[in-house]
Ligand binder design. Structure first.
Ligand SMILES: Cc1cc2nc3c(=O)[nH]c(=O)nc-3n(C[C@H](O)[C@H](O)[C@H](O)COP(=O)(O)OP(=O)(O)OC[C@H]3O[C@@H](n4cnc5c(N)ncnc54)[C@H](O)[C@@H]3O)c2cc1C
Length: 454
């Protein structure tokens, strides 16, 4: 049983914080415990809703002094729910969302609780942007620290490849700068190593010219799914890096099972339409909804389909190539899907994301052509077992083709073996050394945890 801090200690901690401290007795506590994944029902002893780096320092020190377990909440999207820790203290950054843009340097400085919504809006004012999550409510920090797939990754690399600096509050409450010249070893670790090394209170992200993109969907009926996956596989072999296509086997709002190419072309919309013409003509599709839209709008087109509060079992694996075998497996398994809210998404990888070496980042799965996202979702009214079994079954079926796992897609029941699989032996060993240097007592363990090297 953990110490939960005496009432007097908590009172003093509360009085010293500019932000708010919530206990289970306080109004606002249930909302403070709500994560995007409605399946997560953890009950922290304290939620420290920090409003500054100074607050974060106080919260980390208080937890350490009191022997409380620590967790860090950024955007609250992790399906594994490790942003909350039972009986411990949550460093909640949801009030730290400021994003400052330096257009001359093409750098955005984002507080550790900002979401892509704030980030994209701030950068767009200057005609700039960077690779970010495809749902605008996802946290910049959690996504970037684990890697970061997005519409621009084939042109500008993953989010973590664009992380050029950070402010970090370490396990003993020190505030350190991390960049190419200060604590540079940790910069490598923050690019993929997750929340293992401390609370990241500021992320410095490289920006690129991004303004209007051609974005939207090309939709086919599900009985064409195998051919549609083969067609996009062939198309992708020569597609430019400015174009990214994720292919979803899903159910539309009218209850029809469909296969959707979700596309983003960063460049002249007419050129994008020309590039996409073979896919626009193929089939033909039942619907083509591609439009010139500002990049921040592109970042929201899927938001409605991913509301918070549903029960979610999210998992997946990288695959080297989209073989006929994988295609047939995905199509057959989607035929057994247990909920209209569930989907299988073939996420395109490659381009600039591939032109990064193991020396540049802790994110190692650079050679895969695709990542398969297995997203099982259901409402409270439904028995979870069939939905979880379905997702487990899909993963087991593609396991022979697995080329590793994306740490940000690890789910509720994934343990140390899957974390190791996310990094491979060499990167894991290097991360473990960093962990031993920056968090030797593993104070930050409520995450996809790297064990400190001895
Ligand atoms: C709807 C949805 C859409 C998604 N889309 C994408 C996508 O397009 N691309 C992609 O790559 N991934 C995507 N993901 C996965 C996403 O990258 C992970 O869930 C990620 O962990 C979310 O970060 P967060 O800050 O929102 O989550 P949180 O749950 O708040 O944090 C997850 C973990 O990250 C760490 N962390 C968060 N913030 C900090 C911080 N400031 N300092 C230190 N550690 C921190 C902590 O260990 C925490 O447990 C998506 C997930 C969901 C649910």
């Amino acid at each position: 049983m953990q110490n939960k801090g005496s009432a007097q200690d908590i009172q003093q901690f509360r009085a010293g914080l500019a932000g708010t401290v919530l206990t289970p007795d306080d109004a606002g506590y249930p909302e403070g415990c709500a994560l995007w994944n409605g399946m997560i029902k953890r009950k922290p002893a304290l939620i420290a809703q920090c409003s500054s780096t100074d607050d974060v320092v106080k919260a980390v020190r208080f937890a350490r002094e009191q022997g409380l377990a620590l967790s860090v909440r950024g955007g609250g999207h992790s399906a594994a729910g490790k942003a909350l820790v039972d009986d411990g203290l949550v460093v909640d950054l949801s009030r730290m969302r400021d994003v400052q843009v330096d257009p001359a340097q093409r750098v955005a400085r984002a507080q550790g609780g900002s979401t892509w919504s704030e980030f994209d809006a701030a950068a767009h004012k200057h005609g700039l942007g960077t690779t970010g999550g495809m749902i605008s409510t996802t946290g910049v920090a959690g996504l970037t620290l684990g890697g970061g797939f997005g519409w621009l990754m084939r042109e500008f690399g993953m989010s973590c490849d664009n992380l050029i600096g950070a402010e970090v509050v370490t396990a003993n409450g020190d505030v350190i700068e991390v960049n190419e010249s200060q604590n540079a070893d940790l910069l490598w670790g923050l690019r993929g190593g997750g929340g293992n090394f401390g609370v990241v209170t500021r992320l410095d992200m490289r920006l690129h010219p991004v303004d209007t993109v051609l974005g939207g969907m090309i939709v086919h009926p599900i009985d064409r799914a195998s051919d549609a996956l083969r067609a996009v596989r062939e198309f992708n072999k020569t597609a430019p890096d400015a174009l990214t296509i994720h292919t979803a086997l899903m159910t539309d709002p009218d209850g029809n099972r469909i296969v959707a190419y979700v596309c983003c072309f960063n460049g002249d919309p007419d050129e994008g339409r020309n590039v996409l013409q073979p896919l626009i003509e193929w089939g033909p599709p039942v619907a083509v909804d591609l439009n010139p839209i500002p990049y921040p709008v592109m970042q929201t087109i899927l938001d409605e389909g991913f509301p918070p509060g549903l029960n979610v079992y999210w998992t997946g694996d990288f695959i080297e190539t989209l073989s006929d075998d994988v295609i047939e497996t995905l199509v057959a398994r989607f035929g057994e899907v247990t909920s209209p809210l569930s989907a299988l998404v073939v996420e395109q990888f490659g381009g600039a994301s591939r032109r990064v070496t193991a020396e540049d980042s802790a994110f190692v799965h650079r050679s895969a052509d695709y990542n398969i996202a297995i997203i099982s979702r259901w409402s409270d009214a439904s028995d979870p077992d069939p939905h979880i079994s379905w997702a487990r079954g899909v993963r087991a079926a593609i396991a022979p083709h697995s080329a590793g796992v994306y740490v940000n897609y690890l789910g509720i029941e994934d343990g140390e073996d899957r974390v190791r699989a996310a990094y491979g032996t060499d990167a894991y060993a290097r991360l473990a050394e960093l962990k031993a240097k920056y968090d030797p007592e593993n104070a930050f363990w409520s995450n996809q945890n790297i064990q400190p090297a001895r």
